[in-house]
Design a protein around this ligand. Structure first.
Ligand code: TYD
Ligand code: MG
Length: 470
């Protein structure tokens, strides 16, 4: 009889060690090593019965049938289709990650319902009973057509049903709840997650079924367990939200069949997720009709789309010895660097002040192109003087306070122009790039951050209601 060996396996990255240690020596995370039996796991992978085998035929390149982009299946949910590059590809395997409660099941059910017009969809839930799914489906107004539900966690049974129903698409909600009975590990462990996903993947690829795998993420933002699946699947999507906001942002991290870095915007409403249709002006909707100090507009490029955003800052005298600095929707470290630049290069005295910076509307942005707007918002808050509401700011700020170029400036300006903005502060070095004739928006070139100081009080201030379309 084979001796049952154990290894210590990292539940984040799948690393195996013979001894337990507090930190994984591979990915560096703490308290992720869990003891797992190794014999059965190895047997299943090497000699064990596979539920589906991949074809190993040799095919001549000239005889290959290639699915052209024409074979994409749009789901009819515009934001989702655009994200994927036009729709789902035949037998595509997607991983959808997100924190519990963000709306993964809701989104999937809506997509499954739309998709069931095209072909059979099997929705397998390991988390909810049939009644619960049915209730949700009714609330979302799902089309029942060719939509099948199964509440099950045993992979063997799921595969059986897949063979019976022979769906075109299958949704597995979530990958952490499924398990193979012959493995000794708990559901959700790296071994179970990897084995189950691998098995489904082989089945999907050999029978032309598309799969959506749903996965929960840890607080740190990594796909716990499912992280080890990222290289197996065709597409990795991540659903995120800022707490207390109804906005949901769907991002593509990997896509074998389309663009990455794209974002889809949705709003969680009473009856499920609704697409945000006016994305570029969506974040300006709730802007005050009077110009306010500390508020400043910029354009962030998310995937292929410019989004106009309102960067807001608040500066107040700190009652404590160590002043507070907080950023919502922006990278705090980047904000701290910009604060240092403002202090050193513009000789502003910020040390006795609490500083708060946020992006209105609940979206997280990382682009350095927003640096200038962050600085402008802080300046306006500090001086308690509003910027003209029809102005906007674009530029990366270097450590010397120089204004650096931003990618695809013209696209951002065109969107701002369309929405009625009158003037944009832009990097001087980019000025010559904007060759298009007939700009309506005035372009004010900046070499250095110090140049905006003199602009803060110049001229009358107009309010957004005087022409900006949101
Ligand atoms: P859910 O899809 O269950 O999240 P996940 O699968 O990612 O855990 O979404 C749960 C949240 O969404 C819950 O807080 C309630 C909210 N919700 C709505 O606001 N409206 C709706 O129509 C639905 C179905 C859910
Ligand atoms: Mg769910």
């Amino acid at each position: 009889m084979a001796r049952l060996k154990t290894v210590y396996k990292c539940q984040e990255c799948g690393f195996e060690g013979l001894k337990w240690s507090g930190q994984c020596s591979d990915c560096g995370r703490w308290n992720t090593l869990v003891e797992e039996a190794v014999e059965a796991g190895r047997a299943a992978r090497t000699g064990g019965r596979s539920l589906a085998a991949l074809s190993s035929e040799v095919v001549r390149a000239s005889e290959l049938k290639v699915h052209s982009d024409g074979l994409r299946h749009p789901t009819g949910i515009g934001e989702f289709d655009r994200l994927l590059g036009g729709g789902l590809v035949e037998a595509q395997v997607l991983l959808l990650g997100g924190e519990p409660g963000v709306g993964k099941s809701t989104l999937m059910l809506q997509i499954a319902s739309r998709f069931s017009r095209v072909g059979k969809v099997l929705y397998v839930s390991g988390e909810e009973s049939i009644e619960q799914i049915a209730q949700r489906a009714v609330r979302l107004g799902c089309e029942a057509g060719k939509l099948f539900f199964l509440s099950e966690t045993r992979l063997e049974r799921i595969v059986e049903v897949m063979r019976e129903v022979s769906p075109k698409w299958i949704v597995l909600d979530s990958i952490q709840t499924v398990y193979r009975e012959e493995l000794p590990n708990a559901p959700g462990s790296v071994t179970q997650v990897r084995e189950c996903a691998g098995e489904l993947l082989r089945l999907a690829k050999s029978s032309g079924i598309g799969i959506f795998l749903l996965g929960h993420v840890t607080k740190e933002g990594d796909l716990a367990g499912p992280r080890v699946l990222e290289h197996l699947v065709d597409t990795v999507l991540y659903f995120e939200s800022e707490s207390q906001h109804s906005l949901r942002v769907l991002r593509v991290y990997k896509n074998r069949f389309g663009p990455t870095q794209e974002v889809g915007l949705f709003e969680m409403q009473e009856r499920g997720l609704k697409e945000v249709l006016n994305a570029s002006s969506f974040f300006l909707q709730e802007r005050s009709t009077n110009p306010l100090s500390g508020s400043c507009i910029s354009a962030s490029l998310e995937g292929s789309r410019p989004l106009l955003v309102d960067i807001q800052a608040l500066v107040s005298r700190s009652p404590y010895g160590i002043p507070r600095r907080m950023a919502t929707g922006l990278d705090l470290n980047r904000v701290l660097i910009l604060v240092a630049v403002l202090e050193r290069r513009l000789r502003l005295r910020l040390e006795g002040h609490d500083l708060f910076v946020s992006v209105a509307g609940g979206i997280r942005l990382k682009e350095p192109a927003l640096d200038l707007a962050v600085c402008a918002a802080l300046l306006s808050a500090l001086k308690d003087a509003p910027w003209d509401a029809q102005w906007m700011f674009l530029g990366e700020v270097g450590l010397s306070g120089e204004i650096r170029r931003v990618p695809r400036l013209a696209e951002r300006l065109m969107e701002a122009e369309k929405l009625g903005f009158r003037k944009a502060f832009i990097p001087a070095r980019s000025f010559s790039e904007l060759r298009r004739e007939g700009w309506k928006i005035e372009r004010a070139p900046l070499e250095h951050l110090s140049e905006i100081l003199s602009q803060l009080h110049s001229g009358p201030v107009s309010s957004p209601s005087e022409g900006i379309r949101t």
